[in-house]
Each structure stands twice: as C-alpha cells, then as structure tokens.
Design a protein around this ligand. Structure first.
Ligand SMILES: [Zn+2]
Ligand SMILES: [Zn+2]
Length: 219
C-alpha cells in the first residue's frame, strides 16, 4: 500500500503512513504549552497567552503543527481526498492518544455551523472522529452540540474571538449523557484555542469526569 499522504513511498506493515511522512508530521520535538500546544523555547509549562488563565478542559494535546506537511494535508482534505486522508489522520490521532496514555470514553467533535457545512459538503473533524472510532471502538457523540453561523474569526484579536465564540455553541438533546465520562473534545485546526475553550466550557456544564482537548494541527 502506498502512503496516503505522499502517495509515493510504501507504508510499512502495521503502520499508517510512510516513515518519511511520519518524521515530517511529528517533526517538532521541543517544549509545548500544556494548555494550548504553543511551541515554547523553554520548559516553562505555559505560554504567555495561557499563563494564569482558566481553561475548561483538563489537558490539551495536538498531533502536530499546521506549518508543514500537516497543514497541506488539512488543506488537501478540505478540497478533496477527504476520505483517505481523514482515515489516516484519525488512525494517527488514535495511536498518538494511546501512546500518551490518555483515557477517553467518548469523542465529541467540534461541529461546523450549518452555513459552513453547506458550503463544504462534509465535516472533516467528524470524518477524523469516525476513523478514530473505527480504530478504538470509542463512541462518537456528534449532533449533541450545535454551532451557530458566526462571523469569520480571521483578523480578530484574542478578546474579540473569545467574545464571538462565547455565543457560538449550544447544547442539543443527548449532551447530558457525558455526565461522569472521560470526554475527548476533537478539532481539526486550532489557532488561538478560543474555539476549544468555548466548546469545552459548554460540555463542562454537563458534568463529565474529565475533558481532554485534542487538536490535529495547531497553527
Ligand atoms: Zn508518505
Ligand atoms: Zn498556551
């Protein structure tokens, strides 16, 4: 089988992608902010933006960073190839969480707003979640949180983003089932963490045991 990412090199047995792509996806070996994944020069635990701020999740992890191959994969997924790339990303995420020893009972993907879903035709975070389910057997709880159509966050500062995001998510029937569970909140891309924080803040109100925030590509 050829690698789903580069389409060139063979995938070794029991692997998801080829060796070269694996090195490229996991190129960053340095310190990261434990609240948002921001790359750090020193092992200071938190980046300046997160320092002293309360988060709605218990832990944060990211598969990789948007700046190199992973960013291209996300873009390719957006415009085509969503199935094969989503499968590979979901499998890599499941494997990564297993290596990290993260326990989770259910996966809650950050939803797209109806407008965004309509223009794109599919929801790539949901595709990744489904692939994770296939590999781990964990349940995906989609459609328990809705998203309203919000103005684009591009060009907005941190405070403006947080304010917009505060009103973005709403609970639907079934969210109460997270009570007492270990929740994995999943998003494909993260820029400032405002989306993830708003999303998990809503989940938090329904009494989960723990929330782990997980992002595929941190910008
Ligand atoms: Zn490859
Ligand atoms: Zn941070």
């Amino acid at each position: 089988m050829n690698c789903p990412f580069c389409k060139a090199d063979p995938v070794p047995a029991k692997e998801i992608i080829c060796r070269k792509c694996r090195e490229e996806i996991f190129y960053y070996k340095g310190f990261r902010c434990r609240y948002c994944g921001n790359r750090l020069l020193y092992d200071s635990g938190s980046c300046p933006e997160c320092f002293g701020k309360k988060k709605s999740y218990n832990a944060f992890y990211n598969l990789g960073y948007y700046d190199r191959m992973l960013g291209d994969i996300i873009i390719r997924m957006k415009f085509r190839e969503n199935i094969s790339l989503g499968k590979a990303l979901g499998a890599l995420a499941a494997e990564h969480l297993e290596k990290l020893g993260v326990e989770y009972d259910v996966i809650l993907p950050v939803p797209l707003s109806p407008g965004r879903f309509h223009e794109r035709g599919f929801d790539q975070t949901l595709e990744i979640a489904k692939a994770m389910k296939k590999r781990t057997g964990r349940k995906v709880m989609d459609f328990v949180i809705g998203k309203t159509d919000i103005p684009p966050l591009v060009g907005k500062n941190r405070a403006e983003r947080a304010d917009i995001m505060r009103k973005a998510f709403f609970a639907k029937r079934g969210l109460e089932k997270v009570e007492g569970l270990n929740v994995l909140a999943l998003d494909d891309v993260c820029t400032t963490g405002a989306t993830m924080n708003a999303f998990t803040k809503l989940i938090r109100r329904y009494g989960p045991l723990r929330i782990t925030a997980y992002v595929i590509a941190r910008k």
